[in-house]
Design a protein around this ligand. Sequence first.
Ligand code: ZN
Length: 299
Amino acid sequence: MSAVYAGLEAGGSKFICAVGRSPDRISAETSFPTGVPAETLGRAIAFFAEQRKYLPLAAIGIGSFGPLDLRPNSPTYGYITSTPKPGWAQTDLVGALQRTLDLPVAFDTDVNTAALGEHRWGAAQEVDDFIYLTVGTGIGGGGMVEGRLLHGLLHPEMGHIHVPHDLSADPYRGCCPHHGDCLEGLASGPALAGRWGRSPGALPPDHPAWELEAHYLGLALVNYIYTLSPQRIVLGGGVMAQAQLFPLIRQKVQALLNGYLQATEILAEIDQYIVPPDLGRRAGVLGAIALAERLASDG
Ligand code: ZN
């Protein structure tokens, strides 16, 4: 009986647990709302403990909301650190699963994990330099440079960059609790709701909200393109379920770059350059399985 991998997508509103080997070989899956840490982690641990009675688990991959401590030599490696989510600051996520399940644990941000899922099985399969940006309740970005997941000093926080904000055109002050009108403060789902007084799903496709949304996201993407030179950009998350955003964002990016970058991918093939995820909402949990697979095959 060959081993399978365990994947945990630890989201701020929902935990998704699965065991399996690939998108079409998932043997069990469950999800439940994110409550207090002890109860939520207990449910995840109980699920994996039950599953391993039927199939041996080789490793577990965890993609989590953050901020996180990903520095292997840090005393708080594997912790969720300074999150404003009540009860979750300084939670030892990796330790809780490692102690009870006694499995090798791979750990990364939710967005890097989703990026790995798209690289392994989805929209970023043939590129080793790419960005995965999620635009939803918050905005976060991960991805790869030369085939390695981006980490650096801590981990990228692409949602908190600052983009030009013309208060005369857009008097909305922004909703980021840390920075006000950073990108997340101006372009996340809660920002759309705060500015227009309606949830993003209730705004019709021809509403001016989308032109402004594409403007902010286009500014952000141009900054990422100039600094990281990605071969592709995958845009996921609840706000990006609004399909009309894709052509608007592509136009904004081309207009802002203004012909400066002479790459066919951007000039003529932008429909394949800025794309939705192939795995959709499953990118996170499948990416967690891919994280575990990488750990087991490296080890
Ligand atoms: Zn911010």
